[in-house]
Design a protein around this ligand. Structure first.
Ligand code: TTP
Ligand code: MG
Length: 426
């Protein structure tokens, strides 16, 4: 019903996701007793440290990023301090990027907690951009942290929109309403206009983006030099800068930590098949196929072993590469070994990175079992329409009932993998 109420979206759709109080939110996720309290991530007040970030509870006391820790300690004496765990932040960051990438491969990560995503309906994206933004918003919340999202017709609009309703805000600027959205905003809303530029503009009576857009060309030139025209255009919401996907795709993988150790060979094989089917779906979604199959197990004592095999064809179909993954199991598993984490990955792509038409066509000659392919395509279609759990193969189903499927378990899984660098982030 709700979908029918969404206005038609014309033209480009770009979203910007920024995680809320990122490092501090991860600390509150990992330390439930810190939730709802002022938490500061940063250096020691006694050692000229600075604040990296703080929870929104601490922001109420005036604490801010980059502030000397000694100042922060005075503003908020009851704050809980931590030096942070960068490794853990990277792990959550790549899980968020993965969520976004699963929606569209046209992803541009701009910082550890921020990325643009092109969700223009077309080649990679079928659903309404607002629906996709909501989906991403909810999936991030399932990780146990929250984000703010801005959605609009350009990167400038998406970025400004994402800042309007932090934390946990989803701000949509429909195509055609850019100027009305921007005009009343303070000039500082535009990235690149800092406190100094703002106070110079203020002297000329320019406080809003609307005023800036209609300023005399000479004045703009004086203030912004050769960037004057670009600044004006951005104030009007005119910005056709593209998403730059510069991260090379080296592998596509999926792994899961289980709340109870797996000990039967059958269970471990079922887990491998389940991970393989997720990897297969991701590969097809991105138009990728690779020749190296890797499996990874983590054991009860937290040690990790991997095994891999490279074949002569390019694979994107789990019906073909899951058996290869299963055949690797005896290399790293003996009856009696307790398994905590199972991962499957495909690498060795013929081409990678930006998915242009010419690159995609390189995958066409790949010879895969036609019958399995059409089954897999049908399965993808149903999953795309009705969600991940709509289609389960016989073994998956038995498995799912036992060990997966709840958010609580998922969160535990993420926590568990803190000891190991995230490698599911492709
Ligand atoms: P930001 O997105 O700027 O800040 P934030 O996520 O903590 O808060 P907000 O809700 O306003 O988005 O930065 C992301 C992370 O980068 C932040 O959690 C910590 C780190 N960071 C620093 O280490 N030093 C800094 O000066 C800033 C601004 C951020
Ligand atoms: Mg942030």
């Amino acid at each position: 019903m709700e979908e029918q109420l969404l206005q038609n979206w014309q033209g480009p759709a770009i979203l910007l996701l920024d995680l809320d109080a990122f490092f501090a939110s991860v600390e509150q996720l990992d330390h439930p007793e810190w939730r709802g309290k002022p938490v500061i991530v940063g250096g020691d007040p006694g050692r000229r440290g600075v604040v990296a970030t703080c929870s929104y509870e601490a922001r109420r006391f005036g604490v801010r990023s980059a502030m000397p820790s000694s100042t922060a300690a005075k503003l908020c004496p009851e704050a809980i301090w931590t030096h942070g765990n960068y490794h853990r932040y990277m792990e959550l960051s790549s899980q968020v990027m993965q969520i976004m990438w699963d929606v569209s491969p046209r992803l541009q990560q701009v910082s550890i907690d921020e990325a643009f995503l092109d969700v223009t309906p077309g080649r990679f994206v079928r659903d309404h951009p607002v629906q996709l933004a909501r989906q991403i918003f909810d999936q991030v919340a399932e990780l146990g942290i929250t984000c703010s999202i801005g959605l609009g017709s350009s990167k400038t609009i998406a970025k400004i929109a994402s800042d309007q309703d932090k934390p946990r805000g989803l701000t949509v600027v429909y195509p055609g309403s850019e100027q009305a959205f921007l005009a009343p905003l303070p000039v500082r809303a535009l990235s690149g206009i800092g406190p100094q530029s703002a106070s110079r503009l203020d002297k000329f009576g320019i406080r809003t983006l609307g005023q800036l857009a209609s300023a005399e060309p000479e004045l703009l030139k004086e203030l912004f030099g050769k960037n004057a025209e670009e600044v004006r255009q951005r104030c009007l919401g005119i910005d056709d800068s593209p998403i730059i996907t510069h991260e090379e795709v080296k592998s596509v993988s999926n792994e899961m930590t289980f709340s109870a150790d797996l000990k039967d060979e059958d269970e471990i094989c079922a887990a491998i098949e389940m991970m393989a089917s997720k990897v297969g779906r991701r590969l097809r979604h991105r138009g990728l196929a690779g020749s190296t199959v890797t499996i990874k197990l983590r054991y009860h004592d937290l040690s990790i072993r991997t095994a891999q095999r490279t074949v002569s064809s390019l694979l994107s179909n789990e019906r073909l590469f899951a058996p290869i993954a299963l055949s690797l199991l005896p290399q790293i598993w003996r009856p009696g070994d307790l398994v905590r984490l199972v991962g499957v990955g495909i690498s060795g792509f013929a081409s990678s990175g930006d998915l242009s038409d010419s690159q995609l066509s390189m995958f066409e000659p790949v010879i895969e079992d036609q019958k399995s392919d059409s089954l897999v395509q049908a399965t993808d279609l149903v999953r795309d329409r009705f969600g991940e759990s709509a289609v389960t193969y016989g073994r998956d189903l038995r498995f799912r009932r036992r060990d997966t499927g709840t958010i609580a378990q998922k969160q535990e899984a993420y926590k568990d993998s803190a000891a190991e660098p995230e490698d599911a982030g492709d």
